[in-house]
Write a protein of this length. Structure first.
Length: 109
């Protein structure tokens, strides 16, 4: 009897494991890490889990805080200046578009 049940159990286990694949990542988790702009000006941005962020441009680093809400609006405050951008984030690319329609494209570093 065990010989008949074993293949059935293995099939059920395989189906269960395939249904438990990785969950889609949220923008809040995808934004974490270091990003860089591919342009003439070397610029990097880093977003940490604790809500802190920093931007490095022209060799100068500015630190601050950020929030990414459920509408993918990124609000960050650096050196006392708060800006808002629409964020489109994937595992490899981050696009930030400001209210004037200007977009900066970052690649994961």
């Amino acid at each position: 009897m065990n010989a008949k049940i074993l293949p059935l159990l293995l099939v059920c286990l395989a189906l269960l494991l395939s249904a438990c694949g990785p969950m889609p990542s949220s923008p809040q988790s995808l934004i974490l890490g270091k990003w860089e702009v591919d342009a003439a000006v070397k610029m990097t941005a880093e977003f940490n889990r604790d809500g802190t962020a920093k931007i490095t441009m022209f060799g100068q680093t500015v630190q601050g805080r950020y929030k990414l809400d459920s509408d993918n609006e990124l609000e960050w405050t650096l050196n006392g200046i708060t800006t808002k951008s629409k964020a489109n984030v994937t595992p490899t690319q981050l696009e930030l578009t400001d209210s004037a329609g200007r977009t900066i494209k970052y690649k994961r570093k």
